[in-house]
Design a protein around this ligand. Structure first.
Ligand SMILES: Cc1cc2nc3c(=O)[nH]c(=O)nc-3n(C[C@H](O)[C@H](O)[C@H](O)COP(=O)(O)OP(=O)(O)OC[C@H]3O[C@@H](n4cnc5c(N)ncnc54)[C@H](O)[C@@H]3O)c2cc1C
Length: 362
């Protein structure tokens, strides 16, 4: 019996994670990506990788929430599996999220709190805790005396996405995955990858090119996001902090090595140019307003990338014209990836799970 050969166009978060699950299950996998594996200019390697099913509910819906809840169970298992086989560690924390607002912006925090209670299923409301100034200081001593109170969302987490993506690459190599780096896929067709160097035959074709799939899925659009990464030794945070603001929400996610990812802007634009001065000022001033010691932070990276989005802002797994698609991860790629990838992997491996995300069989 020959082993089924699955070709995956796009080695971002979706394509790379799927490749790993299929290789683990004994499938033959070829990955095709126009970039090299460590290229930072993708959504997957620009993201802050916050895992925030609750906080994101303010801008998402019950489908994303359910995918996020399921993914929060899968992340620790998948990271443990990856670490056990490859030996590379992946920074993952599940210490909750703090949500705060400066005094003039209290109305934004109050509205956010009401929205959360309105949208959260009853059974999940216990994950939201109102903090006084004193209990906020107990959770995050660096913020003592800086805010009159806040919210604590106790089940949320975060991941170092650069470590996840690098560990996956190592493991895909170890499991014998074939990786065509720097090769543009012009079209994905049933059982064929039409590439710049010719046609590659596969048994099953998967399109995971993010916004790069737009020619084959016109409803896709790119939503620009910008982040700033700083190094600062003067502040220690245990968990991500979201700062409410009438015009935008900014989050600060701590990373290993005294680094912090500050993000993110959200612009209806497919511009892939460098981060603007305006965005740099907004991200930087929000960070500085969280704690003045951030004034001495060293700016390590300013980056912009496009989030692949569909109109309903939900991730989608779809079979169209003989090609499997996994796309539309929008601003919830890390939040939802394990559940969405697992759904597609189970379909490809012949064991079905149904999570209620889009599926068109044509
Ligand atoms: C600023 C920012 C912050 C974010 N923060 C978070 C967060 O905190 N939490 C969260 O859950 N999500 C976050 N996200 C969203 C998350 O990053 C995305 O949902 C996710 O990375 C999408 O992954 P993907 O694999 O579908 O797409 P991509 O990362 O875009 O990967 C697509 C891959 O396909 C390749 N490709 C494209 N076209 C072609 C072609 N023609 N031929 C071959 N290869 C091709 C690309 O090179 C790339 O490697 C953020 C995104 C941004 C931009």
């Amino acid at each position: 019996m020959t082993t089924q050969h699955i070709g995956i166009a796009g080695a971002g978060l979706a394509g790379r994670t799927l490749a790993w699950r299929l290789l683990r299950a004994g499938r033959r996998v070829s990955l095709f990506d126009s970039r090299h594996r460590a290229d930072l200019d993708t959504a997957s390697l620009t993201a802050a990788a916050m895992l925030s099913p609750l906080a994101e509910l303010a801008v998402s819906d019950d489908v994303v929430f359910a995918l996020g809840q399921r993914s929060m169970q899968l992340w620790p298992r998948w990271i443990a599996e990856l670490e056990a086989s490859g030996g590379q560690s992946v920074y993952f924390r599940q210490r909750g999220t703090l949500v705060v607002a400066h005094a003039p912006d209290q109305a934004s925090l109050e509205h956010f709190t009401r929205l959360l209670h309105h949208k959260l299923p009853e059974a999940s409301r216990a994950q939201v805790h109102t903090l006084t100034s004193a209990s906020l200081a107990e959770h995050e001593p660096a913020l003592a005396g800086r805010f009159g109170g806040g919210l604590f969302l106790d089940s949320e987490g975060q991941l170092a996405n650069d470590q996840w993506m690098a560990a996956l690459a190592t493991e895909i190599d170890r499991l014998g995955g074939r990786w065509h780096e720097g090769l543009t896929v012009e079209r994905v067709e049933a059982q064929r990858m039409v590439c710049a160097d010719g046609v590659h035959a596969v048994d099953v074709a998967v399109d995971a090119r993010g916004v790069g799939s737009k020619a084959q899925w016109p409803q896709l659009r790119g939503v620009r996001g910008e982040v700033m990464t700083v190094e600062c030794h003067g502040v220690t945070l245990q968990r991500p902090v979201r700062l409410m603001h009438p015009r935008y929400q900014i989050y600060v996610a701590p990373r290993p090595g005294h680094q912090f990812v500050v993000g993110a802007t959200e612009l209806e634009s497919e511009d892939l140019g460098p981060v603007t001065l305006r965005s740099t000022l907004e991200l930087g001033s929000a960070l500085h307003s969280l704690h003045p010691a951030f004034g001495e932070a060293r700016v390590l990276r300013l980056a912009a990338a496009l989030r692949p989005a569909l109109d309903d802002h939900r991730p989608a797994v779809a079979l169209r014209d003989g090609v499997w698609h996994i796309n539309g991860l929008y601003r919830h790629g890390y939040l939802c990836a394990p559940a969405v990838v697992d759904e597609l992997a189970q379909k490809l491996l012949g064991t079905q799970v149904k999570l209620g995300i889009e599926e068109e069989v044509t």
